[in-house]
Design a protein around this ligand. Structure first.
Ligand code: FES
Length: 148
């Protein structure tokens, strides 16, 4: 059912954890399954390069694998490059996901965008193409995730 890469990233997820004093934090939830994903970004304010990216995911195996791959893919990229990260690209990098698990990969894309939104808000900048995340959940508001 799952590719070897999905299994690898599920069993040995990269970049798990938190970044203290992160430049941007984004938390998103999936209304249907109740899974939650949080992405932490450490961004260089001068170059806008993402120096580090970590995640915490309370979710299914596909959500863990896509978070792991997404963090690998945005590390070392500029904000503009990270904006181009789509769930499709993450799925391709994982050699695909079963159709019923495609929605799980959306969490990774949305969480990266939510973390970038948080960074933009804190620094009063605009990031081209970035929209306010619909499902951003703030610290301590996890209970509201069920409402999405
Ligand atoms: Fe919820 Fe995969 S089933 S994110």
């Amino acid at each position: 059912m799952y590719s070897e890469k999905v299994m690898d990233h599920f069993q040995h997820p990269r970049n798990v954890g938190e970044i203290e004093n992160a430049s941007g934090v984004g938390t998103v939830g999936n209304a249907k399954c109740g899974d939650i994903m949080r992405i932490f970004l450490d961004i260089d304010d001068e170059t806008h390069i993402i120096r580090d990216c970590k995640f915490k995911t309370f979710g299914c195996g596909a959500a863990v694998a896509t978070s792991s791959m997404a963090t690998e893919m945005v590390k070392g990229k500029t904000i503009e490059e990270a904006m181009k990260l789509t769930n499709k690209a993450v799925m391709e990098a994982l050699d695909g996901l079963p159709p019923v698990k495609v929605h799980c990969s959306l969490l990774a894309e949305e969480a990266v965008h939510a973390a970038l939104w948080d960074y933009a808000q804190k620094h009063h900048i605009e990031i081209e193409g970035l929209k306010k995340p619909k499902s951003d959940i703030h610290e301590g508001e996890e209970d509201e995730a069920e409402e999405y």
